[in-house]
Design a binder for this molecule. Structure first.
Ligand code: 6PG
Length: 224
């Protein structure tokens, strides 16, 4: 793990958008089509805005979420809606979205096979950006989640996930898929998440799921 500290979150979002754009450019030089995974949640919207206005051959970029809450796009909890609003705009409107949600399915289990089938040909991820919660979850790999062990150690692509810390069912990329990404970044802000990161460095992935993907990951942090 490499920790990169920034003077403030605004600067971090701007610079990290440039770093991710450079990672994508490097991948696009050697591959016809590349895949970018990004988190939902409250942190990344300003970064998405910066990234969306970078001029890249976005029509060769596939974008997917690291995890999704099982809610329709009309919900303000939908990470897909966040992506459409903040990332898949400007130049990045040309990118292809690989869905992690299916409107017709009441539960993640009903749609899992179909979603996996669309994602698998786009793997391995070229660039993966993740968030982290103060409880040391990343993607939807939550401490205490029902299928945490499977998602940490299994070879599957997607896992449904229900957890005490999550109000609705989730679907998440597995640790295996996240760890295969060529470039991996975590973006966090605030003192509580910095402390959580320090704790995760000495904890097991069962207690601190983010620990499973920290090796070879760059963590970008700003206090506020
Ligand atoms: C989600 C995310 C999740 C997120 C962390 C951090 O759907 O919630 O993808 O893994 O990155 O919970 O969330 P915040 O940025 O809101 O603190």
């Amino acid at each position: 793990m490499k920790l990169i500290e920034y003077p403030d979150a605004e600067m971090m979002m701007m610079l990290l958008a440039q770093i991710i754009a450079a990672d994508l450019e490097a991948a696009l030089r050697v591959q016809d089509r590349v895949t970018l995974a990004v988190p939902g949640g409250t942190t990344p919207a300003p970064l998405f805005a910066g990234l969306s206005s970078v001029s890249l051959p976005w029509n060769r970029v596939r974008v997917l979420l690291t995890d999704e809450r099982w809610v329709p796009e009309s919900s303000d909890r939908s990470n897909t809606a966040l992506l459409r609003q903040h990332l898949l705009v400007n130049h990045a409107a040309e990118a292809e979205l690989l869905p992690l949600y299916s409107e017709g399915a009441d539960t993640p289990e009903e749609a899992l096979e179909q979603l996996e089938a669309a994602i698998t040909p786009a793997l391995p991820l070229n660039v993966c950006l993740l968030g982290m919660g103060a409880d040391m979850h990343t993607a939807s790999l939550f401490p205490g989640a029902d299928l945490l062990d499977e998602a940490l150690t299994g070879q599957g692509v997607l896992y449904p996930m229900r957890a005490p810390g999550a109000p609705e069912p989730r679907v998440t990329l597995s640790a295996h898929v996240l760890n295969q990404a060529i470039d991996r970044h975590i973006v966090i802000k605030g003192a509580d998440k910095r402390e959580a990161l320090e704790r995760a460095l000495h904890a097991s992935p069962q207690e601190a799921p983010v620990a499973a993907i920290l090796p070879n990951t760059k963590v970008h942090w700003a206090a506020n």
